[in-house]
Ligand binder design. Structure first.
Ligand code: SAM
Length: 243
């Protein structure tokens, strides 16, 4: 998948994308990531201004329209044969969750627009943006961290991005439940022991225990997810009630 990230702060991504799973995915050709500095498209050659006053007299500034339009236009042209989808990271967008992440995995290229200041002119959204995505009901200073979240969460689901050792299938949300608790060595920490079942070597019983734990923790912590799981898996839930 191709990610084209449009931002005023490309250097913010250096740390986040230069290690671990994202780096491996880039090195293995599973994804490519390019950054485009919106400031390079400023029509103000002297000061490279990228902000402007909002109509209506509100406090604060908005991103200037011309650099945005030019930067998005360039990206769309560059990726024209890869059917790019333009995403604007925005608190007003669709709330990101596992299902929303999954909805991106067959997209060939994503142009991700990171807002700054008070955001961007609504007409730019209306003309160019295919999807608006929010990473939560709070406001960050810019779209860069949300863009990192989006790229990371999609990449984890792309074939070959994770080795078997860090497979996404046992992760929270993958099958609609939170993950079961995990343990590693040592077997005993100050008297707190690893549950015996995990040392039994009985694969089927271990799977059963892990599923029961996932159900327990989901019911306790995320009744909203549990309700959805019951609707999606009526047989499993009914079987449990009959016992
Ligand atoms: N005035 C905007 C509002 O109230 O909705 C907030 C603007 S925010 C300070 C600047 C930029 O950060 C936004 O344009 C957006 O790109 C990004 N941003 C902030 N919070 C976000 C969130 N929860 N999800 C996605 N992007 C976010």
């Amino acid at each position: 998948m191709i990610f084209d990230i449009l931002t005023l702060f490309p250097s913010m991504f250096q740390g986040a994308f230069s290690d671990s799973i994202i780096k491996r995915a880039v090195d293995n050709g599973i994804i490519s990531i390019d950054f485009h500095n919106i400031r390079d498209h400023s029509d103000d050659t002297k000061h490279k201004t990228v902000d402007d006053y909002p109509y209506g007299g509100d406090a604060g500034m908005l991103m200037k329209v011309t650099p945005l339009v030019k930067c998005i236009g360039d990206a769309k042209e560059r990726l024209a044969k890869h059917n790019p989808v333009v995403v604007y990271m925005s608190p007003q967008g669709e709330l990101l969750n596992h299902k929303v992440v999954e909805s991106f995995i067959n997209v060939k290229s994503l142009i991700i627009l990171c807002g700054r200041y008070k955001g961007i002119d609504q007409r730019v959204v209306d003309m160019y943006v295919d999807r608006e995505i929010s990473i939560g009901d709070y406001v960050l200073s810019g779209g860069e961290i949300p863009a990192m979240v989006l790229v990371d969460s999609i990449t984890r689901l792309l074939p070959g991005a994770l080795g078997n050792r860090d497979s996404a299938e046992a992760d929270s949300f993958y099958n609609g439940l939170l993950s079961h608790p995990e343990y590693t060595r040592p077997e005993d920490i100050n008297g707190m022991k690893v549950p015996e079942i995990l040392l039994s070597g009985h694969h089927a019983n271990i799977k059963k225990w892990q599923h029961e734990q996932a159900v327990k923790i989901t019911k306790e912590r995320r009744p909203d997810l549990w309700d959805k799981y019951c609707i999606a898996h009526p047989e499993t839930v009914q079987k449990k009630r009959k016992k």
